[in-house]
Structures are given as structure tokens and as C-alpha cells.
Design a protein around this ligand. Structure first.
Ligand SMILES: NC(=O)c1ccc[n+]([C@@H]2O[C@H](COP(=O)([O-])OP(=O)(O)OC[C@H]3O[C@@H](n4cnc5c(N)ncnc54)[C@H](O)[C@@H]3O)[C@@H](O)[C@H]2O)c1
Length: 267
């Protein structure tokens, strides 16, 4: 398996790791580079991208780093311009950024609700708005948005996060349909429980030495009995971004070990 993205220019937004260690964005950036893409790696802080750069270069891949807060529309326009100035085009956009805040309507502050919508949804609106003119001019492109099973089912109280990820699915349908005739595909990947460093760091912060209890509890909810790894999402995104998926548009590809088939939830 190689060269599935040969010669493509791919923007990976949220290509770093907020807690260090492997994240979904980092794994995807690595898989893209391994398959021949030049990766324009974006994150809110350049320090978040250091490991991504080091790991891509270690496998002989090509990567450029760019600091950008995707909640800032002007910064997103400048980021896409910088990519096109450097490499001439944009073939793939992976919209991976998503922040989390726990709580229902009685616990989540209005400020945090707005922040979730601004980063998780409006950020994707900004990136799509900035890349689409280039993809239209080129005659095509592939956009993949990272949602969550939280858009499909309840697993813990996180009403703002769930609403934002539901909006990501709708945005995917809207962009995919409106730009299909221009050769642009827009799909979503829908991860279940994934052992990114951010997740395990959260369990450790909440439960200290007993953090594995949360892992075991989640494993019991998943029909396969296992949590997923960032690589599981990266491989699904690779398929959606590649020409192998040339007839796939508006799809919500669930990668969750079967979790969304179940009704188990906890308040
Ligand atoms: N880990 C899971 O179990 C899981 C499950 C379902 C969905 N997801 C989704 O997968 C995505 C990645 O999750 P992860 O666990 O790998 O998280 P992560 O926090 O490790 O990675 C996200 C990256 O986005 C960056 N980022 C955050 N805000 C940004 C901003 N405003 N502008 C630019 N970059 C910003 C962070 O610095 C980080 O490097 C998110 O959209 C998340 O909602 C994760």
C-alpha cells in the first residue's frame, strides 16, 4: 500500500496533539504523508505540531507547518493562501479540529456553548469557504470532516459537543451536495471511542490512578469490546480523501467498533 495520495496537496487542520502523543490529526497527517501527499499541517500552536513534523520527516515525508486558529476567519483565509503560495493547489482538506466541554443545558455555560459552536462548526465553515474557490478552479477536491458518534447517540452529558457534531454532519451534506457537480466531494468520518492522548489525559485528570476504570467501562459498551486507535480513523479518512472514494460523497463513515448500533448510554 503506497502512493494512494501521490502528488496531492493536503491541508490537515488540527494535525498536532493538544496533550502530546498520538492524536487523530497526527495519525492522519502521517498516513497522508506515507501515501505520497505533501501535508500542510495546521494547529493553534506550532509547539503542538513538533511531533507531527518529526514523525513525518522520519518516514521521508514532506510537511510544512502553519499556525492558525480556525475560529478566526481571516487567519483561515491567510492559511489557505499560504498553502497555495507554497504548493500551488489544495487537493484535500481534513477538518479534524474539535474541542470538548462536558455538561447539559443546566451545567454548560453559554460562553462554552458558543465556543464549541465557534471552533467545531464555524471553523469548518471558514476552512471550506477558503478552500472551495481553489478546488472549483482546479476542477475538484476532497473534504473530510471529523464528527463523532456523539452526533448519533448519547454516551455522556455533553449537549454542546453533541449539537456541534450534529451540525458537522449537516454541513457535510450541504457542501457535498452543492459542489458535487464541480468534482468536489465532502464526506464525514464519525469516530467512536478513540484512545487519543487527549482522551486518556482526560481520564487521568478525572480519575487519577483509577483511569483505566473508565477505559474498561467504555470497552464494555462497545460490541467489539475494544476502544479504537487514532490509526483506525486515519485509515478511514485516507480512503475518503483518495481517488478510491471518487464515487463517495456526503457519506458519514462510522468507525466505532459497532458502538452506534447499541443503545447503552449513561447520564
Ligand atoms: N478521541 C476520541 O475519542 C474522539 C471521538 C470522537 C470524535 N473525536 C474528534 O476527533 C478530533 C480530534 O480529536 P483528538 O482526540 O485527536 O484531539 P486532540 O485535541 O489531540 O487534537 C485536536 C488538535 O486540534 C488542535 N486545535 C484545537 N483548537 C484549535 C483551533 N481553534 N485551531 C486550530 N487547531 C486547534 C489541537 O491543538 C490539537 O492538536 C476532534 O474533532 C474530536 O471531536 C475524537
Amino acid at each position: 500500500m503506497a502512493d494512494r495520495l501521490k502528488g496531492k496537496i493536503a491541508i490537515v487542520v488540527g494535525a498536532g496533539s493538544s496533550k502530546g502523543g498520538l492524536s487523530i490529526g497526527m495519525a492522519t497527517a502521517l498516513v497522508f504523508a506515507r501515501e505520497g501527499a505533501k501535508v500542510f499541517a495546521i494547529d493553534v500552536g506550532l509547539d503542538h505540531l513538533a511531533e507531527t513534523k518529526q514523525r513525518i520527516e522520519a518516514i521521508g515525508g514532506e510537511v510544512a507547518l502553519h499556525e492558525c486558529d480556525i475560529a478566526d476567519g481571516g487567519a483561515v483565509e491567510a492559511m489557505v493562501k499560504a498553502c497555495v503560495a507554497r504548493w500551488g493547489r489544495v487537493d484535500v482538506l481534513f477538518n479534524n479540529v474539535g474541542i470538548q466541554a462536558v455538561g447539559g443545558p443546566l451545567e454548560l455555560s453559554e460562553e462554552n456553548f458558543d465556543r464549541l459552536m465557534r471552533v467545531n462548526v464555524k471553523g469548518m465553515f471558514y476552512t471550506c469557504r477558503a478552500v472551495l474557490p481553489h478546488m472549483i478552479a482546479q476542477g475538484g477536491g476532497a473534504i473530510v470532516n471529523n464528527a463523532s458518534v456523539g452526533a448519533l447517540r448519547y454516551s455522556y452529558p455533553a449537549v454542546g459537543y453533541m449539537a456541534s457534531k450534529g451540525a458537522v454532519l449537516s454541513l457535510t451534506t450541504g457542501v457535498g451536495l452543492q459542489h458535487a457537480a464541480q468534482g468536489i466531494r465532502c464526506n464525514a468520518v464519525v469516530p467512536g471511542y478513540i484512545t487519543s492522548e487527549r482522551m486518556t489525559a482526560r481520564f487521568k485528570q478525572e480519575l487519577g490512578d483509577n483511569w483505566m476504570d473508565e477505559v474498561r467501562k467504555r470497552e464494555k459498551n462497545v460490541p467489539s469490546g475494544k476502544l479504537g486507535e487514532p490509526w483506525d480513523i486515519a485509515h478511514a479518512v485516507l480512503f475518503l480523501a483518495s481517488d478510491e472514494a471518487r464515487y463517495v460523497n456526503g457519506t458519514k463513515l462510522v468507525v466505532d467498533g459497532g458502538l452506534s448500533m447499541t443503545t447503552t448510554g449513561r447520564a
